[in-house]
Design a protein around this ligand. Structure first.
Ligand code: PRX
Length: 653
């Protein structure tokens, strides 16, 4: 029963915790709380028991070689990722099961079975081979949300090429930097796609990026159709998907890859201006994607229709649109466009139309749904839903209870899942048939994972309290390194607390033992569930000829969680103006991508710095959030702040 008349405040009072119903518990893939103790008692054996459920060409010799901070899992084992996702389901007689219901933003739709996906993947793989792409080569993908993106990913894995998906909202410069860093041989792109009724021209972006990428021999172009055409004039490098792929044979033998061979590179923001190329392996990554999908999303391949709304350009799309759900052989929904096109109830219409049972989205989206109004979900029958998930940032308790009542009909368990690009799979999460959840808390480490809180000195915080979150045991899907930057790997994740993985998040533990991840403790912000580095945006601002110096901070934002604000010192002779602020905002969009555009630009003659010249971002944040200014004792010139505060307040509103 929906309790739409109750206010969020009342619901929050009533829902200090949520216990799964007997009905849910009885059917759950995991319902015995003993699972935690069993996994802890023999965590290597626990992970091996999941790896055993995958299809191996050769079984491993050893489960783990751990020479901190370098882990090798399932050493000596050989397998192919596309086989886990496709062949074994077809071989088991489930080829006719729907793999993806896909719907484009204009309403065009297609349904592809597991057998059809395998057929497509084999053809693309043969096409790639005919272009000379082979084991270890890098292939960059810049594509819209479509089954062909999944086919391209799995085709790379079939022949052992390392794929790297770049989110199709990134700029030509960002795409170029990533292609150059990995020295890719081939780009596979879509020509265009639809987003909120507008055409996004992807091929034009690729043309601009590839012009500066000597390693790229060819560009394979998949045509989106449905009126989405690129204005690109085309180049001699271009190859048509239909011309290359369609004539290929639909059989392609999978290459047996070493468990530790790199599967993909995915770039994410760090604390410097240069994004990090996170490298994931075959065996360990697939094991965790498979296990977590089955237990956290409680997947039932025979009956579920699962929908993760993340774009494949992010880690959530890798692990929980492609590998985890496909390795489990479940039916999925995939949607190309915006949640509010043509109206704010597009998602709810889709859930009803396809009978979605498990729905996984981000808090920023939930807050937008709340703002758009309760009437939109109320128009649709959402009773097919049985489980809801959240990922990407801390979920505020108000959004949690709204999600439970307005989407989950007051009955669906909610799994708030904490993890990162680097962890490959979900690390802290409820298990929906076991955990009593508390709105806003990701609760407990997944079985086999050990998380601790440490204080400034590295001493463990036992019981209730706050501290730095660390993962204190290796796990199979841990990143294997940063692409061609071994030192940065050690420095970034393993030097703050030696022997422990430091994700750069702060967290607290409550009286019940539940973990609450509070957010980043480094110069990384989380904008609408996407990671952005302050340094990257600062470099983009300084790249503009009018800018002498810039400091960027993330400020609290009602919908986005955080939003970037840029403090800018102009070069001599340049005058602040609204037009220039707009131009700088646009410039950041061109250098990084629209998602990085600052919410506001504040011109200032000076920035607060320490006596050693370090910008005090903490104080800028206090100014921007209108808080009492924190400790200023290390500030070189305290007059700077008063000026800044005035400037900020005069521009507010
Ligand atoms: O700060 C944490 C936040 O997102 C960061 C990871 O970002 P990314 O690598 O882009 O991956 C996002 C999708 C897995 C983390 O360091 N974060 C992610 N999920 C949560 C979260 N913070 C709190 N609660 C979560 N459930």
């Amino acid at each position: 029963m929906k309790e739409t008349s109750k206010t969020i405040e009342v619901l929050l009072q009533e829902h200090r915790s949520f216990t799964p119903s007997d009905e849910f518990r009885r059917q759950a893939n995991a319902s015995d709380p003993e699972i935690y103790a069993r996994a802890d008692a023999d965590w290597q054996g626990w992970w091996a028991s999941w790896a055993e459920q995958l299809t191996w060409e050769r079984k491993w010799d050893r489960v783990l070689d751990w020479k901190p901070p370098h882990a090798q899992w399932f050493v000596g084992g050989k397998l192919n990722a596309s086989v886990q996702c496709l062949d074994r389901h077809v071989a088991a007689g489930n080829g006719a099961r729907v793999a993806y219901h896909w719907e484009g933003e204009p309403g065009d739709a297609r349904t592809l079975t597991y057998a059809q996906m395998l057929d497509g993947v084999a053809r693309v793989a043969n096409g790639l081979k005919s272009l000379g792409i082979g084991q270890g080569d890098r292939v960059t993908l810049y594509m819209p949300m479509a089954p062909e993106l999944v086919m391209a990913v799995l085709a790379c894995t079939r022949i052992g090429a390392i794929f790297s998906v770049v989110f199709a909202g990134f700029s030509a410069t960002s795409l170029r930097d990533r292609i150059q860093d990995q020295e890719a041989k081939l780009v596979i792109c879509g020509d265009a796609c639809w987003r909120r009724g507008k055409l996004l021209d992807l091929k034009i972006v690729v043309d601009e990026a590839v012009a500066a990428c000597p390693s790229i021999e060819q560009v394979l172009v998949w045509r989106r159709g449905a009126g989405a055409e690129s204005a690109s004039a085309g180049t001699p490098r271009d190859l048509e998907w239909s011309a290359l792929v369609d004539p290929q044979p639909a059989l392609c033998a999978p290459v047996a890859m070493d468990a530790e061979d790199p599967l993909f590179i995915l770039y994410t923001s760090g604390t410097t201006g240069k994004p990090k190329g996170i490298v994931h392996s075959h065996g360990g990554y697939l094991t965790v994607a498979y296990a977590t999908s089955q237990l956290v999303f409680d997947l039932k391949p025979e009956s579920d229709v699962y929908w993760c709304t993340a774009d494949v350009g992010w880690i959530t799309g890798h692990s929980y649109v492609i590998f985890g759900p496909m390795a489990n052989g479940v039916t999925q929904l995939m949607y190309e466009g915006a949640p509010n096109h043509p109206q704010p109830d597009r998602f709810w219409e889709l859930i009803h139309k396809y009978g979605v049972t498990v729905f996984y989205t981000a808090p920023t989206a939930i807050r937008a749904f709340m703002k758009w109004g309760d009437e939109w979900p109320a128009k649709h029958d959402l009773s097919s839903l049985r489980l809801l998930g959240s990922v990407g940032e801390p979920i505020n308790p108000e959004a949690w209870v709204w999600y439970l009542h307005h989407i989950g009909g007051g009955k669906c368990p909610i799994v708030d899942t904490w993890w990162q690009t680097e962890t490959g799979g979900i690390m802290i999460t409820p298990l929906p048939g076991i955990t009593t959840t508390v709105p806003g808390s990701a609760t407990q480490p997944f079985p086999g994972i050990e998380a601790k809180l440490l204080d400034e000195q590295g001493k463990e915080v036992v019981g209730p309290g706050g501290g730095y979150l660390v993962l204190s045991r290796p796990w199979p899907s841990m990143l294997r390194g940063l692409w061609r930057d071994p030192e940065r790997y050690v420095q970034t994740y393993w030097s703050r607390f030696p022997g422990m993985y430091f994700p750069a998040d702060g967290a607290k533990r409550d009286q019940l033992g539940n973990l609450w991840v509070l957010g980043r403790v480094d110069d990384v912000m989380n904008v609408s569930g996407h990671r952005l580095s302050t340094m990257e945006i600062e470099s983009a601002l300084v790249d503009h000829h009018a800018v002498a110096e810039a400091a960027v901070i993330g400020v609290a934002h009602e919908l986005k969680g955080q939003a970037p604000v840029g403090f800018v010192i102009l070069r001599a002779g340049r005058e602040p103006s609204d037009a220039l602020a707009k131009e700088l905002t646009r410039h950041v969009g061109e250098v990084i991508g629209a998602l990085a555009r600052p919410e506001r630009i504040i011109f200032t003659p000076e920035l607060p710095k320490t006596r050693s010249g370090k910008i005090m971002r903490r104080l800028l944040r206090d100014v921007a959030e209108g808080k009492a200014l924190g400790d200023q004792t290390t500030l070189a010139d305290s007059g700077v702040l008063d000026g800044l505060k005035k400037e900020y307040e005069s521009r507010e509103g």
